[in-house]
Ligand binder design. Structure first.
Ligand SMILES: [Zn+2]
Length: 144
């Protein structure tokens, strides 16, 4: 087949593909999909618009960026040196919102699971996180 892309088109495409493949959410999504699980995405009718929704299991997964969701004890979740007061307040607000979301989902009979971006960063951590996620999906729903 003829090469129909120019060099710049090709490099734009490659960088887009690379960029997409490296987002934590897509890494997890494709692994879960390959393991045979089917899911909906970002359902607006559920608290917090969960990233992955497994309706028949009544389970949802959030893939949280460590910084914006204030991952405690994680160096990606560290507060920047400047405007510390602003960031501390902002990230605390985000954390509170996340915990309210988790509570609201449980009250509706959904079982939530949070995967942090840093848990998908290296190959070893990714293997561990993906197998833990599959275990979560296969387990009994203890919220319903
Ligand atoms: Zn983290």
């Amino acid at each position: 087949m003829a090469d129909t892309l120019t060099t710049s088109q090709r490099s734009a495409l490659m960088s887009r593909v690379r960029g997409m493949d490296t987002t934590p959410e897509l890494i997890l999504r494709s692994a879960i999909h390959r393991a045979g699980f089917r899911y909906g995405l970002h359902r607006k009718d559920l608290p917090g618009r969960p990233d992955l929704v497994f309706a028949s299991r009544r389970k949802v997964i959030f893939v949280h960026g460590c910084f914006w969701h204030g991952h405690e004890g994680c160096n990606q979740g560290r507060i920047p040196q400047s405007n510390r007061k602003y960031w501390r307040q902002k990230l605390a607000t985000n954390r509170e919102r996340d915990s309210r979301t988790i509570k609201a989902l449980r009250e509706l009979g959904w079982q939530p699971h949070v995967v942090w971006g840093c848990e998908l960063r290296t190959f070893e951590r990714r293997l561990h996180t993906i197998s833990a996620t599959i275990q979560f999906l296969n387990s009994e729903n203890d919220a319903s």
